[in-house]
Design a protein around this ligand. Structure first.
Ligand code: CO8
Length: 258
């Protein structure tokens, strides 16, 4: 499928979606969001793909929602149009692991998109921010909720109220990103992480993702129960037998998603 605002590449078991509106620092317009939603749906149902990377350019992961497209919209346009909904639902609906590889600006909707992925690997030059306050609005696709869960109330308030940017070091210290890598190695390092994930049993990967995500949605007691049931259920899989046999036989496990 040919896209105009994103590039989709599949290399072995890893798919990479590159946001591709360089003249607008990958600002998220409705066309890009619609293509992103479609690509994610297709990759999630492609049996060959076992891990997905979402990335941008060296200068910008995404500088936010497209301000030029939004600027003249009314309350009714935004409320009824709700043009962010399909993409945000598409990202959170994906069952396979998704890594955001962030270089440069991840602002507003760009930061929110990165946070919707399962984890973020940042280049040294990454900058995160929720600067919507400078435009007379606030975050609209999860920034106030997800950033607060990632970094806590104080830092989240600071980011949302002052609109300041957080560099990669601060983002790593605060728990927003899982690791920082040299800018030139961002894609190599992210692909290595994706390939590691792709080697695992997809059944266990999906269970791990569901269980971690559940921790955001429920009480500790319910979350622990959910985790325990998934843990128990994995003993019904051939991959559990294979993984534990391979450990004892001191060889690499060959998972078959069974
Ligand atoms: N939208 C549209 N165009 C953009 C955007 C954007 N968000 N960001 C950058 N661009 C464009 C610029 O207009 C410029 O284009 P042109 O040359 O045609 O004028 C080009 O990209 C390059 O940008 P700059 O010249 O500004 O580059 P600099 O290196 O000087 O600055 C910055 C880079 C700091 C990233 C700067 O471009 C900037 O501040 N951008 C805006 C960041 C921002 O405010 N983001 C938040 C947007 S609002 C949002 O994301 C809300 C999301 C939730 C909506 C939910 C609705 C339901």
């Amino acid at each position: 499928m040919a896209y105009e605002t994103i590039i989709v590449e599949i290399d072995d078991h890893v798919a990479t979606i590159t946001l591709n509106r360089p003249d607008a620092l990958n600002a998220l317009n409705s066309h890009l969001l619609q293509e992103l939603a479609q690509a994610l749906g297709e990759l999630d149902s492609n049996d060959k793909v076992r891990c997905i990377i979402v990335t941008g350019s060296a200068k910008a992961f995404a500088a936010g929602a497209d301000i030029k497209e939004m600027s003249e919209k009314s309350f009714v346009d935004m409320y009824l149009g709700d043009f962010f909904e399909p993409a945000t639902e598409a990202v959170t609906r994906v069952r396979k692991p998704i890594i955001a590889a962030v270089a440069g600006y991840a602002l507003g909707g760009g930061c929110e998109l990165a946070m919707m992925c399962d984890f973020i690997i940042a280049a040294e030059n990454a900058k995160f921010g929720q600067p919507e306050i400078n435009l007379g609005v606030i975050a609209g696709i999860g920034g106030t909720q997800r950033l607060t869960r990632y970094v806590g109330k104080s830092k989240s308030m600071d980011m949302h109220l002052t609109g300041r940017f957080m560099d990669a070091e601060e983002a790593e210290r605060a728990g927003l990103v899982s690791r920082i890598v040299p800018a030139k190695q961002l894609m190599d390092e992210t692909k290595k992480a994706a390939e590691k994930i792709a080697e695992k049993s997809m059944l266990a990967s999906i269970a791990a993702k569901q269980a971690v995500n559940r921790s955001y949605e429920t009480t500790l007691t319910e979350g622990l129960l959910f985790e325990r049931r998934l843990f128990h259920s994995l003993f019904a899989t051939e991959d559990q037998k294979e993984g534990m046999a391979a450990f004892q036989e001191k060889r690499t496990a060959q998972f078959r998603d069974r």
